[in-house]
Design a protein around this ligand. Structure first.
Ligand code: GLU
Length: 333
């Protein structure tokens, strides 16, 4: 628990006391049997940031009796590569982390690129309730209309709703947006505590499919988390701002109760840059080639996440105990 976290990492706070959801423990964890997922995009190689995510995902599942489903998030058809998928499967195997089969198909993994019909059905359901509209705005037009500056870090582009009532002909574009009415979404992150987000103000109407016909991450992830019965989403805190809109969209799609969410620390280079998938210094393949053992990689991931002082080895089979100790404080779930 907190005492295991080095000083200066006070952001690591594990909440307790949220008993309002059935299916959840008083502390807000899902009750067994439950499911989480590891959901990498095969647009590059795995690095230490993914190892941190895997440590949390497999560790929590092991400690709390959940299953881990593997979802390849290859919704971006241009940037995704089969070779990256194969490499990430090899890396997981090398680390000693095995996913559970997808309950619906029995397959070892699911790929978003093969789930277009599911997304299509979800969109059609929303369209039947007049919640979807075609949009032919270019990025440039959105920038001009909002007076925003492109590419400023931390500033999200909010779609101003230009096409909401314009009746753009459906055949003109593959772009579709989902109406997000102004609504404050409250949720409790299992590490960061209470959150309040207003998606309509953050991003405006949600882009479900873009002008190249790609399903977006935000849309596909919500459909998949619902379809796969995911009860706990464990991911880096760079995605915290996306959670409110995903809960709101999930509700529109008929999800009765949102998943529980845990956003873990995001590891960075010492100079503050995010790790990139081409970053040779933290790539799992590079560390492996340099003679690192899987246990050393997981111990380093634990150190980078502020969970352990570093050094030594942390074997995959010990992750459940490690996470039980450091995050759950061995409390009975
Ligand atoms: N595919 C996302 C990524 O690689 C993860 C998304 C999520 O966990 O919701 O960053």
């Amino acid at each position: 628990m907190d005492e295991a976290v080095p000083s200066g990492r006070s952001a690591v706070r594990w909440n307790d006391g949220n008993g309002e959801n059935d299916g959840m423990t008083e502390a807000g964890w899902p009750r067994a049997p439950w499911r989480t997922r590891f959901a990498p995009a095969p647009t590059g190689r795995l690095h230490l940031g993914h190892a941190v995510n895997a440590l949390f995902v497999w560790g929590l599942a092991g400690a709390l009796g959940g299953r881990v489903l593997l979802r390849i998030e290859d919704h971006d058809r241009v940037r995704s590569r089969a070779v990256h998928e194969q490499a990430l499967l090899d890396d997981l195997d090398w680390l000693g982390l095995a996913p559970d089969p997808d309950p619906a198909s029995g397959a070892a993994l699911v790929r978003q690129s093969e789930r277009g019909a599911l997304y299509e059905r979800a969109l059609a359901g929303l369209a039947g309730r007049d919640l979807v509209y075609p949009c032919d705005c270019t990025r440039r037009a959105v920038l001009a209309r909002t007076g925003a500056t492109a590419g400023v870090e931390g500033v999200e582009l909010r779609y101003p709703g230009t096409c909401r009532d314009r009746a753009v002909e459906a055949g003109r574009t593959t772009t579709r947006r989902v109406r997000l009415e102004r609504e404050a979404v409250a949720f409790r992150d299992l590490r960061l505590g209470d959150q309040l987000q207003v998606p309509a103000e953050q991003c405006g109407d949600l882009l479900a499919r873009d002008r190249d016909g790609n399903w977006t991450y935000q849309f596909a992830v919500v459909v998949d988390d619902l379809a796969q019965g995911i009860d706990l989403v464990v991911r880096g805190e760079d995605l915290l701002a996306s959670t409110g809109r995903q809960i709101q969209l999930g509700r529109l799609l008929g999800r009765a109760r949102p998943a529980a969410f845990l956003h873990h620390p995001l590891i960075r280079h010492p100079d503050g840059r995010k790790l990139s998938k081409s970053a040779g210094d933290t790539g799992l393949a590079e560390l492996r080639a340099a003679g690192w053992s899987p246990g050393r990689v997981l111990a380093e991931a634990a150190r980078r996440a502020g969970l352990a002082p570093g050094g030594g080895e942390l074997a995959a089979r010990d992750l459940a105990d490690f996470v039980g100790d450091r995050i759950l404080g061995r409390r009975a779930p």
